[in-house]
Write a protein that binds this ligand. Structure first.
Ligand SMILES: NC(=O)c1ccc[n+]([C@@H]2O[C@H](COP(=O)([O-])OP(=O)(O)OC[C@H]3O[C@@H](n4cnc5c(N)ncnc54)[C@H](O)[C@@H]3O)[C@@H](O)[C@H]2O)c1
Length: 402
């Protein structure tokens, strides 16, 4: 093969081609350089924003001061689910469990609960809040379940009786299913209402009750009775570890101010100098426990090996008339006491026999009634002062079946 002779034309073409190649390489390098500079600028911008975020988080933590919690080690720290944890009793239980150093998950649909009740823990590393209706299944990992979700006062549970039944039946099945899957222990917050209008007095756990199955309170009373039945069916059939607290009337700060219950109605009326309304002759009796005593009992029961129902309540029994006078005296007003017709299915007498709780858990209520009432009245007074409108007590005569 002969080499082609070099001509000036060929030389010129070679020069042009190498110049173009150089230009391409130069343009490529310049573009790459620019892209690098651009990326570096973006990175620097993100870095600056992340650094600002870190400073913000630090400031946030400095400004949000959480109550001191115990520093439990991995072995002792449990993941505890509290259903209905944004409610009255639930939020006090959450406080106790958080202070003890556990990881607490609250599940609530806010039907009667308030975020405000648990705001002290929102953002804490050990705390999680889930907006969820327990009528739907829940898939999380837990070690213990305190199952409290259910409306508890007559106007609330009668507002939507079908939903009350669903919450106590389907909701309880879902929570027992979760307990089965995660091998968690479940405590059911049952109620003295399962005794209905009792024929024996005081009520012992072995008493089967006297409930009207078709009355206006049945959605709650029978709902809780089925919830108890479900617990023992899951225990027997599925080996789920359960315990059942039969809770008697409880009062304290964070209770609903306008739910028509005896304590809330009398306190609201006395604080606003309105007449104190008694439904019926006032000779019917009730016994009230302070909320911190109940919380103590619930935790002791969860940590015990006993699985049959246990009464938790204060055996100190008073007539409704006596309560009215006591509350008026502590408030210091001059409200008169008036009577209205009795409400349907209102039990005549209610007093727990707590022999079992005493012997089994070493538990009995500690807070004297007068002290508990004084703390509750102070809470109501503060809430009333914050409220722009007067908070009127619920008129039970106007609430069908209450
Ligand atoms: N307070 C008492 O005197 C008393 C007496 C006996 C039994 N109990 C039982 O104790 C538990 C707590 O009562 P409380 O007085 O704190 O009542 P509450 O109404 O203040 O609290 C109940 C909580 O459950 C939530 N809830 C209701 N339905 C739900 C659902 N479907 N899904 C998720 N969350 C739901 C509510 O939003 C609320 O936060 C209840 O199970 C009640 O039956 C209470």
């Amino acid at each position: 093969m002969h080499a082609r002779p070099f001509t000036p034309r060929r030389g010129f073409l070679a020069l042009i081609i190498s110049a173009i190649s150089c230009l391409i390489v130069f343009a490529y390098c310049t573009m790459e350089g620019e892209a690098k500079t651009r990326n570096t600028t973006v990175d620097a911008h993100i870095d600056a924003r992340l650094a600002a975020l870190e400073r913000h988080i630090e400031r946030m933590h400095e400004s949000k001061v959480y109550p001191d919690v115990r520093n439990l080690n991995y072995k002792d720290r449990k993941r505890i689910l509290v259903t209905g944890g944004a409610g009255f009793v639930g939020s006090h239980l959450v406080d106790r469990l958080m202070l003890e150093g556990h990881e607490v998950i609250v599940v609530d649909n806010y039907f009667t609960g308030r975020k405000k009740n648990i705001e002290q823990w929102i953002g804490h590393a050990n705390f999680e809040m889930m907006h969820h209706d327990i009528v739907n299944p829940l898939f999380i990992e837990v070690d213990e379940i305190y199952h409290l979700a259910s409306p508890a006062s007559p106007p609330h549970y009668m507002y939507n009786p079908v939903k009350t039944i669903k919450t106590n039946t389907l909701g309880t099945i879902n929570m027992l299913g979760l307990a089965k899957r995660t091998r968690a222990k479940l405590l059911l917050a049952s109620t003295s209402e399962i005794y209905g209008d009792p024929e024996i007095h005081p009520q012992v756990e072995s008493y089967w009750g006297h409930v009207n199955p078709i009355g206006p309170r049945a959605c709650y009373d029978e709902g809780k009775r089925v919830a108890e039945t479900l617990c023992y069916a899951y225990e027997k059939q599925e080996k789920v570890s359960v315990c059942v607290a039969r809770i008697f009337n409880t009062f304290g700060p964070r209770m609903h101010m306008d739910d028509g219950r005896v304590v809330s109605n009398f306190v609201l009326q006395a604080l606003q100098n309105l007449p104190l309304t008694i439904y019926g002759d006032g000779e019917q009796t009730r016994s009230f426990q302070y909320v911190s005593d109940l919380v103590e009992g619930l935790i002791l029961l969860m940590n015990s090996n006993y699985s049959l129902p246990v009464n938790l309540g204060n055996p100190e029994e008073h007539t409704i008339q006596e309560f009215a006078v006591m509350i008026r005296d502590i408030v210091g007003g001059s409200s008169e006491i008036v009577t209205k017709p009795a409400v349907i299915d209102d039990p005549r007498r209610r007093r727990p026999d707590i022999t079992l709780a005493k012997s089994l858990l070493g538990w009995s209520p500690k807070i004297p009634l007068a002290e508990g009432l004084a703390r509750t009245i102070a809470y109501f007074r503060k809430e009333l002062a914050k409220s722009v409108e007067p908070i009127r007590p619920l008129d039970l005569a106007a609430t069908p079946g209450s």
